[in-house]
Ligand binder design. Sequence first.
Ligand code: PMM
Length: 285
Amino acid sequence: MAIVNVTPDSFYDGGRLLRDDARAPDLPVVRSRCRALAREGAAILDVGGESTRPGARAVSPAEERARVVPVIRAPARDEALAGALISVDTRRAEVARAAVAAGAAIINDVSGLADPEMARVAAETGAGLVLGHMRGVPETMQTSIGFTDLLREVAEELRASVARARAAGVAPEQLVIDPGVGFGKTAEQSAALVVASRTLRELVGYPVLIGASRKSFLGAITRRAVDDRMSASVAAAVLAVRHGASVVRVHDVVETVDALRVAAALERAYDERVASASRAGGAPR
Ligand code: PMM
């Protein structure tokens, strides 16, 4: 899942896809960026119109809709995208509804249904629904971090979001869960969640998405600024998939895709060697 933020203030890519006056998306620039991401191997383009960085200012739903809808309408009809799906990164049902009408196939809700109407939009439209884990709102989420048993509590709260989605009529096949790396978590908690997907999948019962790309917990480990966290992000994505994540949300698509391909090829080569050695009755060489 490639990140396509049309915001002035996202922590890494804020402002890059906006016109010079920063008031609206620069549609030709967005289109060529989306085509490049699809060519590089992104299966999903995640379009966001509101920054959810810690302390970010909330935007009005009208402003958010005005940022994402034209951006989604163009790629949804673009054959050069080679079948990549569009998702909309929003916490608001009315933005999600407009985005799905414009061609988005997935709703990515980092709040895990804070807007009570969101589940109904997914149920009525049949769109995929990513349920994120976050306590509170981005403005304040880092101010009261408190878990006594991180994995159990995140799993329980995700299970509650899933139950609300199911009660509103969302089918199990529509759902993906996300432990919300960096959303109201310490650096150490975020690090643990990146490699917890298999456990979460077992505890909650749904495929897991991990968004670790360039986040501050990687800065805490490497002591690097956001612009210099690409290798750290690629390492996190490979580990996330190795530990059971089904989707990784990233800024650096070509680097991540290469790394994931290499990791998969190495493991496949090893597995085949073990299989042929055991067929031959010997130890792997
Ligand atoms: N992180 C950000 C935004 N959207 N969505 C999901 N599902 N998971 C995440 O971890 C996530 C997200 C953080 O902001 P960014 O768009 O600037 O990366």
